[in-house]
Design a protein around this ligand. Sequence first.
Ligand code: FAD
Length: 475
Amino acid sequence: RKADIECDMLVIGGGPGGYSAAFRAADLGMKVVIVERYATLGGVCLNVGCIPSKALLHTVAVMEEAKAFAAHGIRFGAPEVDLDALRAYKDKVVARMTGGLGGMAKGRKVTIVRGYAKFLDPHHVVVDLTEGTGQQTTGNEQVVRFSQAIIAAGSEPVQLPFLPKDERIVDSTGALALKFVPKRMLVIGGGIIGLEMATVYASLGAQVDVVEMLDGVMAGADRDLVKVWQKHNEKRLGRLMVKTKTTAAEATPEGIRVSFEGEHAPAEPQVYDLVLSAVGRTPNGKKLAAENAGVAVGDRGFIDVDSQMRTNVPHIFAIGDIVGQPMLAHKAVHEAHVAAEAAAGQKRHFDARVIPAVAYTDPEVAWVGISEDEAKAKGVTLGKAVFPWMASGRAVANGRDEGFTKLLFDPETHRILGGSIVGTSAGDMIGELALAIEMGADAADIGHTIHPHPTLGESIGMAAEVFEGVCTDLP
Ligand code: FAD
């Protein structure tokens, strides 16, 4: 078939991976086309993920803080929630960010084709053009010929087969739509996404139960951090049912009737006004007819890549959620830059030592590099230092001293190998630890770095000093 458009670089998907790759490729002189089925760039992260969730989390965090101010002698009235206005605020934040991307694409002369791309052969895709919200196709097609391509088609929520189709059962996108505040809500899955949404809805007034099959929530984080989060949320959340699973759900006029099985399963089925299923995400690898281009897609839909993000077909790259865990926007962006630069002929490889993770819950939980629990499981001996925020003037002044900062070092060389923080703004601080690990810093480097006083970030320098035996009289 004759091509309607020709380009040096085709990018499939306009999420953080896709737009970052497209912009970098354009900056490096390539003629770039992005195919995106939705009306805006930004993908899951900007439209129905990172950004709208943070707009809501910020709002409820301020609301909770205002309540806590009563203990500081400042009393506000009980919060009144105007859901329409809150939704409008969230949508405005999203529109501003996605609109910005549109402008950035235009400035770089990146062509955006609205539609759903499928490979025809190693150098062509056919795009089923879409309109409206992205679900409706126009019935028209365009063929794009490319010299090189980057697949950044992302992932979608895993569906639990036993959940009936009902508007009271939603995934993260449905929960972010914030149609109403339920009286009783169940969150299935105690991962980051589930717990962030539980935080929002609980603050807005819902009684939220969380059910998790594993023996703890927030997999990947050390248990001592999770304990701090759990204690702080004891009153805000309803039941936290670990080692328990949902076995059946039935839509009834009174609500969704859910049965449980496991260690903390309630004896009777429970009825909920809203059920959020947040049991993970599955890559979109099998929906691209990738076989027509000869690109190998694994059983679970992930696409294997090398350190330059090349698939088994050397001129076709893949990045972001579709290439594997962790499914995080900052990983997608980093991989995007590697792929675009490699495609431009640069000797760029993915060689990041660590990828930080953050749960933007209240308090926040952030970690990077090796974790203490992982080291223990592997029988690796680490040096460890903890700085409790009880000893941080700033945390005490903020009325939030429940957190701590933990650093993990090589016991011989004192090089930092990992670290984690639980407490307010932990996510904003974890970047310093990622930098320290990338730079091969040791405890003395970190301890001798002058951190501003009084800040929460100071706890990082102090923890390093604890490790060096300088600061030994902590509570
Ligand atoms: P995506 O963002 O999934 O983008 C893929 C795009 O490709 C989509 O726009 C899709 O429409 C399009 N597409 C797919 N197939 C085709 C096709 N065949 N043709 C055309 N277009 C196609 N990560 C963080 O780092 N921090 C957070 O705080 C965070 N919060 C999150 C909160 C929620 C509720 C969710 C769901 C996710 C969150 N994430 C967060 C994860 C983050 O959103 C993803 O890791 C990130 O969006 C992945 O980027 P991506 O470019 O790989 O894919």
